[in-house]
Design a protein around this ligand. Sequence first.
Ligand SMILES: [Zn+2]
Length: 411
Amino acid sequence: MKTSSDLHKHYSLLLGLIPPWLVTNVDLRMGEKLVEIDVQWPVDHDVECPECGRSCSIKDHREERRWRHLDTMQFQTIIKSRVPRSECPDHGVKTINIPWAGPNSRFTLLFERLAIDVMIAAKSIKEAARLLGLSWDQVHHIQARAVERGLVRRELDEIKNVGIDEKSFLKGHKYASLMVDIDGERILDVVEGRTLEAANSLWQKLPEEVRSGVDAVAMDMWDAFITSTKTHAPQADIVHDKFHISKYLNEAVDKVRRAEHKAFMKEDDETLKGAKYLFLKNPANMSDSEKERFKRLRMDKLKAGRAWSIKEMFSDFWTYSYQASAEKFFQRWYWWATHSGLKPMADVAKLMKRHLPNILTYLRHLITNAMMEGFNSKIQSIKANARGYRNFANYRTAILFYCGKLQLYPL
Ligand SMILES: [Zn+2]
């Protein structure tokens, strides 16, 4: 039979308590499936000032507080304590640090760690709250604390290549701008809107010495992003990457195909019916029958086929090693695109010509925002849960939690 003092020692070990903290009482309530553990600091033992570590006398004790700990065999486990306050000659009266929980947390460090793991696995605060038996707000609070800790610990000195991009937020009604560390494959921050102010505040989240160390910035041909980058990282090259360019080219091909299909259908000609994806698909991924149909369509001297060829031809641009040769190639391609009689293709070509110096920079830096796509499914599921995100700050917290590669754990 264990004595109660043995039992208390056993619980001290389970909680990882450091002497002289000790367990003074264990209240096991079978009916409520609850264990309450009283933890105390001996009254005759000096305490450390949390500011300077000096040994001081105890001024008094805080009112009793409770912390949720990991469940013990499905018993909810609560730690209770009246934490002493130190009286330091230099720093005055302070609540001393406790080894089982962070300041102002209602959960022990081990519980927070578990909650973080559950959130990562559950991919939603709602589901994590259900599994942990907590409210949405309590779980969100643990998430916010984890992100806060992670941001304080985050190392930024290695950042050389960043990407700026926009995302729609809350069913496309609003926009958010994101900054990613391309080499570190992590989202650095996210702000509301896609205006110049939004882009500026994104840059301002990075310390000055980090901003001035950035070599290149991948982005769309979007004035707000261009202008703020010129202001905040004037030394960096702007790179309008192939990911965005091919998006414009694909959209232009689609416009040509749609207009042509519409004209055909007026004459009951179904040549282009259901062909949309053939013109967007990479031929390497087509089935044999798709390849066959696509080949026939292109031999038909269709406008859509010509647009597609212009788009495909441009992909050679990215293979050049020298900017001068790439520029020559561009002039030839530009002439072809603008003399094709296909307005959507000519429009994209003109847009690209205006931004050509910052498209050529790709050949030197070889960076793209394609990585952003990798985050899309994660961000998508964060968005699907966005009903719970009553404000943008909560949405930002969730994005940094799942895509920030932060050190989230309390220890
Ligand atoms: Zn002190």
